[in-house]
Design a protein around this ligand. Structure first.
Ligand code: SF4
Length: 512
């Protein structure tokens, strides 16, 4: 018997990595009772039609196919299986993954699948292949499993990958699939983590997304994993999901030894909104921890969601302004997706969570957050992406806000509207300073922005020399991150336009 585990990714990108399929392939190969079973994996992208995917899978001559199903590939999987089954009714199909775990009955109703896996598949799939009855959801023990990476990385070259270090989340955010999973946390055994880190280094993997829903929920766990990374593979770039309130100086120190991006789910700052989705926020502590991360030079981003229960446009604007004040490198804002099977999806009527349905389940408005306000929030999101994220504005953005005396959300909204006229950032801000009667402050702001842009370009292109014309010395301009423009001009009144050459040699930044 041959079984093929199928991944259908959204698009070609480093995080599009067939981890679930490889884990299942390894589990089948290691099952003593499945010595005669050959397991394989196949990868596709949403660009391929179900008939193209069905055609290629049929040519594989396997008799059993297992699919990892997510919200965005569910219809593609169902249509692919329908086509394959029509051509050969003897084929057998397995469906598993977050979408199946969330709404198993929807998949049962299709009548297409021979096995529906709710939760982990490493024990359930081999057991089913051996015709063992499963009365309880099968729980898998990491201590008994092998790494899926060895074979995968020997067969194909990947620049980036998903690295699972633990499974399960102790929190229960009402909008999240994870909240339906296990509350107990299972960690990959230490020796296996070390072997995997060594393998990633040998295979020159550049980017690693650490799969651990809240990496620092347990400080000891986080410190130990970071210690292993620093010892066995410090060269790659790592991305972690963390909780800001749980950060401390030792963790900051460890993260600062790595090239790392930390992503923080803030979602909203409003107490009522957060309570409705089983979250909370200590606003003072959150800001204090963000300042601490900034002082260590860490790269961190903040996620926000608009359209949650009780959310309003006013509350959303406050959340955006607060997020900017926390000084992150990027702010990622999303409209709420009411994912099937989550706690929120079960309260659609109670909380008027009208949504577009499959595949995005994006909110479409309610009495708190009408459609017109959702449109406005989307526009502010666009302004934030263009003016803050793409521009990498975090070093200078709060100085600009202080000088103009406007909240970030107002500037994002104005930029989103102006941007339709293709106004660039310098042109837009020059106009804003002129309109506010503060044109005299803009010269030094412009130099601060140009200096930030040039330093960023130098850091991302080591060995390349960049030229920039500034009205003050770069190290003097850096003071603007901590002070207001008026005080700066009083301290440094003399202005002289001069060209500077900037180069980063991989270790130090040189300014001539
Ligand atoms: S949003 Fe994050 S913290 Fe909340 S349940 Fe999901 S994974 Fe856990």
């Amino acid at each position: 018997m041959t079984i093929v585990f199928v991944s259908i990714h959204i698009e070609k990108s480093p995080p599009a990595f067939p981890l679930a399929a490889s884990i299942l392939q390894t589990a089948v190969e290691e099952s003593p009772g499945l010595k005669n079973c050959k397991a394989d994996t196949r990868e596709f992208y949403m660009l391929s039609t179900p008939s193209e995917i069905a055609g290629e899978l049929t040519r594989s001559k396997a008799s059993v196919f297992g699919f990892s199903v997510y919200t965005w590939n569910a219809s593609s999987v169902i249509e692919t299986v329908r086509l394959m089954k029509k051509q050969n009714p003897d084929l057998q199909f397995i469906a598993g993954g977050p979408q199946v775990t969330a709404v198993p009955d929807e998949f049962r109703k299709t009548g297409l699948f021979n096995l529906i896996v709710e939760g982990e598949g490493e024990a359930a799939v081999p057991a089913w292949l051996q015709n063992q009855e499963q009365t309880e959801p099968a729980i898998f023990d990491f201590e008994k499993s092998s790494s899926p990476y060895q074979r995968l990385l020997s067969e194909k070259k990947y620049k980036g990958l998903l690295w699972e270090v633990s499974r399960g989340c102790p929190y229960n955010c009402a909008f999240c699939y994870e909240s339906r999973g296990s509350k107990s946390i299972k960690e990959i055994p230490q020796q296996r983590q070390i072997l995997e880190l060594k393998l990633f280094r040998e295979k020159e993997i550049e980017k690693i997304w650490v799969l651990d829903p809240t990496f620092n929920h347990n400080k000891k766990h986080a410190e130990d994993v970071l210690q292993r990374i620093i010892k066995y593979n410090p060269e790659a770039h790592y991305t972690f999901e963390i909780r800001a309130e749980l950060m401390n100086e030792p963790l900051c120190s460890q993260f600062s030894e790595l090239s790392a991006s930390l992503q923080i789910g803030l979602q909203s700052t409003d107490k009522q909104v957060l309570k409705s989705v089983n979250r909370s926020l200590d606003a003072g502590k959150f800001l204090q921890k963000c300042r601490m991360m900034s002082s260590w030079g860490l790269t961190y981003g903040i996620d926000l969601i608009y359209g949650l229960p009780f959310d309003t446009i006013k509350k959303f604007l406050k959340s955006v302004d607060y997020a900017v004040d926390a000084g992150p490198n990027n702010i990622d804002i999303f409209p709420l997706s009411v994912l099937p099977g989550t706690e929120l999806a079960n309260k659609i009527e109670e909380w008027e969570l009208n949504n577009e349905g499959f595949p995005s389940y994006t909110v479409t408005g309610n009495s708190h957050f009408p459609a017109a306000d959702l449109k406005r929030a989307a526009e502010i999101t666009h302004g934030c992406n263009e003016l803050y994220n793409k521009e990498q504005a975090f070093p200078w953005f709060r100085t600009v806000l202080k000088a103009l005396k406007v909240p970030a959300s107002v500037l994002f909204e104005k930029y989103a509207k102006k941007n339709k006229d293709k106004d660039d950032v310098i042109g837009f801000l020059s106009h804003e300073f002129n309109s506010a009667g503060k044109a005299s402050l803009f010269g030094v702001i412009e130099s601060f922005i140009l200096w930030s842009r040039t330093a960023e370009a130098a850091f991302t292109n080591p060995g390349t020399t960049f030229q920039v014309q500034l009205c003050r010395r770069p190290e003097m301009l850096d003071e603007l991150a901590e002070t207001d423009v008026e005080s700066f001009l009083r301290k440094h009144p003399a202005s002289k336009l001069r060209k500077y050459q900037i180069i980063f040699d991989g270790r130090e930044l040189y300014i001539n």
